[in-house]
Design a protein around this ligand. Structure first.
Ligand code: THU
Length: 133
């Protein structure tokens, strides 16, 4: 078990590390492994805008580089009134590396949370199985 509120607080904390030079839109993420280790991420923008990387992907790539492959949940936090959902590219990356059972915990500015299964946010998706046929 893990504490979803605590994970969302870790995402809010990570938001302070965002390098949002061009959009000024700061995003934080916190990814927890099945054995309870937490990896934080933040968006890092680039003057060649397309090279920007989202908070969710910095978190999962950092964790994978540390040897982690089993993930339970990711929390995402922005400075938005509404719950901030991961972009399409991040949904694809999370599905590949974390699986469709990953819990996605969204937060809003009031600190409220809303939880989804990644598979529900990315139905009928491309994945490694297609590469085997
Ligand atoms: N961004 C994220 O980090 N995660 C999301 O889920 C949505 C968008 C970042 C990318 C870019 O630096 C900024 O937010 C504006 O799009």
């Amino acid at each position: 078990m893990f504490d979803a509120k605590e994970l969302s607080r870790k995402a809010v904390e990570a938001k302070s590390k965002a390098v949002a030079t061009y959009s000024n839109f700061h995003v934080g993420a916190a990814l927890i492994t099945n054995d309870g280790k937490i990896y934080q991420g933040a968006n890092i923008e680039n003057s060649s805008y397309g090279l920007t990387i989202c908070a969710e992907r910095t978190a999962v790539f950092t964790a994978v580089l540390e040897g982690e492959r089993n993930f339970k949940a990711i929390a995402v936090a922005g400075d938005t009134e509404d719950f901030l959902p991961p972009c399409g590219a991040c949904r694809q990356v999370l599905a590949d590396l974390c699986g469709k059972d990953l819990e996605v915990i969204l937060t809003n500015q009031k600190g409220e949370i809303n939880t989804f299964k990644l598979g529900d946010l990315l139905p009928y998706s491309f994945g490694e199985d297609f590469l085997k046929s």
